[in-house]
Design a protein around this ligand. Structure first.
Ligand code: ATP
Ligand SMILES: Cc1cn([C@H]2C[C@H](O)[C@@H](COP(=O)(O)O)O2)c(=O)[nH]c1=O
Length: 222
Protein backbone atom coordinates (compact mmCIF):
# COMPACT_ATOMS: atom_id res chain seq x y z
CA UNK A 1 0.00 0.00 0.00
CA UNK A 2 1.04 3.55 -0.62
CA UNK A 3 0.56 6.73 1.33
CA UNK A 4 -2.46 9.02 1.28
CA UNK A 5 -2.02 12.64 2.33
CA UNK A 6 -5.19 14.72 2.41
CA UNK A 7 -5.33 18.51 2.29
CA UNK A 8 -8.64 19.54 3.85
CA UNK A 9 -10.27 22.86 4.68
CA UNK A 10 -13.34 24.96 4.04
CA UNK A 11 -14.14 26.47 0.64
CA UNK A 12 -11.38 28.77 -0.65
CA UNK A 13 -8.97 27.96 2.14
CA UNK A 14 -6.12 27.31 -0.31
CA UNK A 15 -6.37 23.52 -0.63
CA UNK A 16 -5.80 23.31 -4.37
CA UNK A 17 -2.86 25.73 -4.14
CA UNK A 18 -1.23 23.81 -1.29
CA UNK A 19 -1.97 20.34 -2.69
CA UNK A 20 -0.27 21.32 -5.98
CA UNK A 21 2.78 22.75 -4.21
CA UNK A 22 3.12 19.66 -2.04
CA UNK A 23 2.76 17.39 -5.06
CA UNK A 24 5.50 19.32 -6.89
CA UNK A 25 7.81 19.28 -3.85
CA UNK A 26 7.42 15.51 -3.38
CA UNK A 27 7.95 14.89 -7.09
CA UNK A 28 11.11 16.99 -7.03
CA UNK A 29 12.40 14.84 -4.18
CA UNK A 30 11.92 11.76 -6.35
CA UNK A 31 8.74 10.33 -4.78
CA UNK A 32 6.27 8.39 -6.90
CA UNK A 33 3.36 10.75 -6.41
CA UNK A 34 -0.03 11.51 -7.93
CA UNK A 35 -2.25 14.55 -7.37
CA UNK A 36 -5.95 13.83 -6.96
CA UNK A 37 -8.82 16.24 -6.43
CA UNK A 38 -12.45 15.96 -5.31
CA UNK A 39 -15.07 16.46 -6.56
CA UNK A 40 -13.69 15.07 -9.83
CA UNK A 41 -15.62 17.53 -12.00
CA UNK A 42 -14.26 16.05 -15.24
CA UNK A 43 -15.81 12.66 -14.53
CA UNK A 44 -19.29 11.54 -15.64
CA UNK A 45 -19.66 9.99 -12.19
CA UNK A 46 -19.68 13.51 -10.75
CA UNK A 47 -23.02 14.49 -12.32
CA UNK A 48 -25.16 14.10 -9.13
CA UNK A 49 -22.64 16.28 -7.24
CA UNK A 50 -22.72 18.93 -9.97
CA UNK A 51 -26.52 19.00 -10.00
CA UNK A 52 -26.66 19.17 -6.19
CA UNK A 53 -24.18 22.09 -6.13
CA UNK A 54 -26.03 23.86 -8.96
CA UNK A 55 -29.19 23.81 -6.82
CA UNK A 56 -31.21 21.41 -8.98
CA UNK A 57 -32.35 19.55 -5.85
CA UNK A 58 -32.90 22.72 -3.80
CA UNK A 59 -31.15 26.06 -3.31
CA UNK A 60 -30.41 25.37 0.35
CA UNK A 61 -27.66 22.81 1.17
CA UNK A 62 -30.05 21.35 3.78
CA UNK A 63 -32.59 20.52 1.04
CA UNK A 64 -30.51 17.37 0.41
CA UNK A 65 -29.86 15.52 3.62
CA UNK A 66 -26.36 14.59 4.78
CA UNK A 67 -26.75 10.91 3.83
CA UNK A 68 -27.97 11.55 0.29
CA UNK A 69 -25.42 14.27 -0.50
CA UNK A 70 -22.60 12.17 0.99
CA UNK A 71 -23.60 9.27 -1.23
CA UNK A 72 -23.29 11.50 -4.34
CA UNK A 73 -19.74 12.48 -3.38
CA UNK A 74 -18.87 8.90 -2.40
CA UNK A 75 -19.85 7.58 -5.85
CA UNK A 76 -17.64 10.18 -7.51
CA UNK A 77 -14.78 9.20 -5.19
CA UNK A 78 -15.23 5.48 -5.74
CA UNK A 79 -15.11 5.89 -9.52
CA UNK A 80 -12.00 8.06 -9.28
CA UNK A 81 -10.29 5.45 -7.04
CA UNK A 82 -11.15 2.60 -9.42
CA UNK A 83 -10.27 4.41 -12.62
CA UNK A 84 -7.56 6.91 -11.81
CA UNK A 85 -5.40 6.21 -8.76
CA UNK A 86 -6.30 3.00 -6.89
CA UNK A 87 -3.76 0.81 -8.69
CA UNK A 88 -1.00 3.41 -8.32
CA UNK A 89 -1.72 3.68 -4.59
CA UNK A 90 -1.85 -0.11 -4.11
CA UNK A 91 1.54 -0.44 -5.80
CA UNK A 92 3.07 1.90 -3.21
CA UNK A 93 2.56 5.36 -4.73
CA UNK A 94 1.90 8.48 -2.71
CA UNK A 95 -1.38 10.28 -3.27
CA UNK A 96 -1.78 13.97 -2.47
CA UNK A 97 -5.48 14.61 -2.26
CA UNK A 98 -7.26 17.96 -2.48
CA UNK A 99 -10.37 17.07 -0.40
CA UNK A 100 -11.47 13.49 0.37
CA UNK A 101 -13.98 11.61 2.57
CA UNK A 102 -12.97 14.24 5.14
CA UNK A 103 -14.92 16.84 3.10
CA UNK A 104 -18.13 14.90 3.74
CA UNK A 105 -17.19 14.97 7.43
CA UNK A 106 -16.76 18.76 7.25
CA UNK A 107 -19.56 19.77 4.88
CA UNK A 108 -22.24 17.11 5.30
CA UNK A 109 -21.94 16.13 8.97
CA UNK A 110 -22.71 19.76 9.83
CA UNK A 111 -26.26 19.23 8.53
CA UNK A 112 -26.89 16.86 11.46
CA UNK A 113 -28.24 18.64 14.52
CA UNK A 114 -26.41 17.98 17.78
CA UNK A 115 -24.09 15.00 18.11
CA UNK A 116 -22.64 14.00 14.75
CA UNK A 117 -20.90 10.82 15.90
CA UNK A 118 -23.48 8.41 14.53
CA UNK A 119 -23.36 10.06 11.09
CA UNK A 120 -19.55 10.15 11.00
CA UNK A 121 -19.41 6.48 12.01
CA UNK A 122 -21.91 5.63 9.26
CA UNK A 123 -19.94 7.65 6.70
CA UNK A 124 -16.57 6.10 7.57
CA UNK A 125 -18.09 2.62 7.50
CA UNK A 126 -19.71 3.38 4.11
CA UNK A 127 -16.74 4.98 2.33
CA UNK A 128 -13.80 3.20 3.97
CA UNK A 129 -15.47 -0.03 5.07
CA UNK A 130 -18.04 -0.89 2.39
CA UNK A 131 -16.65 0.96 -0.65
CA UNK A 132 -13.09 0.06 0.30
CA UNK A 133 -11.58 3.52 -0.12
CA UNK A 134 -8.23 3.85 1.65
CA UNK A 135 -8.06 5.58 5.02
CA UNK A 136 -5.76 8.65 4.91
CA UNK A 137 -2.36 8.41 6.61
CA UNK A 138 -2.37 12.14 7.27
CA UNK A 139 -5.03 14.83 7.11
CA UNK A 140 -3.77 18.39 7.00
CA UNK A 141 -6.47 20.87 7.90
CA UNK A 142 -5.92 24.36 6.53
CA UNK A 143 -7.42 26.60 9.16
CA UNK A 144 -8.53 29.62 7.14
CA UNK A 145 -11.21 31.48 9.15
CA UNK A 146 -14.34 32.36 7.11
CA UNK A 147 -13.66 36.12 6.89
CA UNK A 148 -10.39 35.40 5.04
CA UNK A 149 -11.78 32.53 2.95
CA UNK A 150 -14.50 34.97 1.85
CA UNK A 151 -11.85 37.40 0.60
CA UNK A 152 -10.10 34.65 -1.38
CA UNK A 153 -13.43 33.47 -2.81
CA UNK A 154 -14.55 36.91 -3.96
CA UNK A 155 -12.63 37.00 -7.23
CA UNK A 156 -12.78 33.33 -8.10
CA UNK A 157 -14.68 31.61 -10.83
CA UNK A 158 -17.09 28.71 -10.26
CA UNK A 159 -15.06 25.49 -10.70
CA UNK A 160 -17.91 23.77 -12.57
CA UNK A 161 -19.12 26.50 -14.90
CA UNK A 162 -15.98 28.67 -15.08
CA UNK A 163 -18.21 31.69 -14.46
CA UNK A 164 -18.55 34.12 -11.55
CA UNK A 165 -21.71 32.44 -10.20
CA UNK A 166 -21.19 30.57 -6.89
CA UNK A 167 -22.44 27.08 -5.99
CA UNK A 168 -25.10 26.54 -3.28
CA UNK A 169 -22.46 26.08 -0.56
CA UNK A 170 -20.37 29.09 -1.58
CA UNK A 171 -23.28 31.51 -1.73
CA UNK A 172 -24.54 30.57 1.72
CA UNK A 173 -22.48 32.42 4.32
CA UNK A 174 -24.30 30.84 7.26
CA UNK A 175 -23.51 27.41 5.87
CA UNK A 176 -19.83 28.30 5.31
CA UNK A 177 -19.43 29.58 8.87
CA UNK A 178 -21.12 26.47 10.30
CA UNK A 179 -18.90 24.25 8.13
CA UNK A 180 -15.84 26.03 9.54
CA UNK A 181 -17.03 25.56 13.14
CA UNK A 182 -17.70 21.88 12.45
CA UNK A 183 -14.27 21.54 10.80
CA UNK A 184 -12.52 22.93 13.88
CA UNK A 185 -14.43 20.49 16.06
CA UNK A 186 -13.73 17.38 13.96
CA UNK A 187 -10.11 18.44 13.42
CA UNK A 188 -9.53 18.15 17.18
CA UNK A 189 -11.76 15.15 17.62
CA UNK A 190 -10.33 13.06 14.75
CA UNK A 191 -6.69 14.05 15.20
CA UNK A 192 -6.25 16.03 11.99
CA UNK A 193 -3.19 18.28 11.76
CA UNK A 194 -4.13 21.92 11.87
CA UNK A 195 -2.14 24.52 9.95
CA UNK A 196 -3.08 28.13 10.80
CA UNK A 197 -3.39 30.08 7.56
CA UNK A 198 -3.98 33.54 9.01
CA UNK A 199 -2.09 35.39 11.72
CA UNK A 200 -2.09 38.94 13.13
CA UNK A 201 -5.15 39.92 11.11
CA UNK A 202 -3.88 38.74 7.74
CA UNK A 203 -3.59 35.71 5.53
CA UNK A 204 -0.18 34.06 5.56
CA UNK A 205 1.85 33.92 2.35
CA UNK A 206 1.30 30.84 0.18
CA UNK A 207 4.99 29.94 0.54
CA UNK A 208 4.88 30.20 4.33
CA UNK A 209 1.92 27.82 4.57
CA UNK A 210 3.67 25.43 2.18
CA UNK A 211 6.85 25.45 4.30
CA UNK A 212 4.83 24.64 7.42
CA UNK A 213 3.19 21.69 5.67
CA UNK A 214 6.53 20.38 4.39
CA UNK A 215 8.27 20.66 7.75
CA UNK A 216 5.35 18.96 9.50
CA UNK A 217 5.47 16.06 7.01
CA UNK A 218 9.26 15.79 7.25
CA UNK A 219 8.98 15.32 11.02
CA UNK A 220 6.09 12.89 10.73
CA UNK A 221 7.66 10.76 8.00
CA UNK A 222 11.15 10.63 9.56
N1 ATP B 1 -2.23 32.11 1.26
C1 ATP B 1 -2.84 32.69 0.23
N2 ATP B 1 -2.71 34.01 0.03
C2 ATP B 1 -3.32 34.64 -1.00
N3 ATP B 1 -4.07 34.01 -1.95
C3 ATP B 1 -4.24 32.68 -1.80
C4 ATP B 1 -3.63 31.94 -0.72
N4 ATP B 1 -3.96 30.65 -0.86
C5 ATP B 1 -4.74 30.56 -1.95
N5 ATP B 1 -4.90 31.78 -2.53
C6 ATP B 1 -5.75 32.12 -3.68
O1 ATP B 1 -7.10 31.98 -3.23
C7 ATP B 1 -7.91 31.36 -4.20
C8 ATP B 1 -8.48 30.06 -3.63
O2 ATP B 1 -7.42 29.13 -3.48
P1 ATP B 1 -7.59 27.59 -3.80
O3 ATP B 1 -8.26 27.37 -5.12
O4 ATP B 1 -6.29 26.94 -3.59
O5 ATP B 1 -8.61 27.18 -2.63
P2 ATP B 1 -9.46 25.87 -2.43
O6 ATP B 1 -9.52 25.66 -0.95
O7 ATP B 1 -8.92 24.75 -3.25
O8 ATP B 1 -10.88 26.30 -2.99
P3 ATP B 1 -12.20 25.40 -3.18
O9 ATP B 1 -12.74 25.18 -1.82
O10 ATP B 1 -13.09 26.18 -4.02
O11 ATP B 1 -11.80 24.12 -3.82
C9 ATP B 1 -7.04 31.16 -5.43
O12 ATP B 1 -7.22 32.28 -6.28
C10 ATP B 1 -5.61 31.14 -4.86
O13 ATP B 1 -4.65 31.60 -5.78
C1 LIG C 1 -15.32 16.32 -2.01
C2 LIG C 1 -16.49 16.83 -1.23
C3 LIG C 1 -16.87 18.14 -1.31
N1 LIG C 1 -17.93 18.60 -0.60
C4 LIG C 1 -18.31 20.02 -0.76
C5 LIG C 1 -17.27 21.01 -0.38
C6 LIG C 1 -17.50 22.20 -1.27
O1 LIG C 1 -18.39 23.08 -0.63
C7 LIG C 1 -18.19 21.60 -2.49
C8 LIG C 1 -17.38 21.55 -3.76
O2 LIG C 1 -16.03 21.62 -3.61
P1 LIG C 1 -15.06 22.74 -4.36
O3 LIG C 1 -13.71 22.24 -3.98
O4 LIG C 1 -15.38 24.07 -3.76
O5 LIG C 1 -15.30 22.69 -5.82
O6 LIG C 1 -18.56 20.28 -2.13
C9 LIG C 1 -18.66 17.74 0.21
O7 LIG C 1 -19.64 18.14 0.83
N2 LIG C 1 -18.28 16.45 0.30
C10 LIG C 1 -17.22 15.94 -0.38
O8 LIG C 1 -16.90 14.71 -0.26
Amino acid sequence: MGRLIVIEGVDSSGKETQAKLLYEALKKKGSQVQLVSFPDYESDFCLPVKRYLAGDLGENPGDVNAYAASAFYAIDRYASFKMKWGAFYEEGGTIVCDRYVTSNIVHQAMKIDGDKTEFIDWLCDFEYGRLGLPVPDTVIFLDMPPQYAKMLMANRKNKITGEAQKDIHEKNETYLKAAYENALHVCGHLGWNRVCCAENGKIKEITEIHSEIVSFLEKKLK
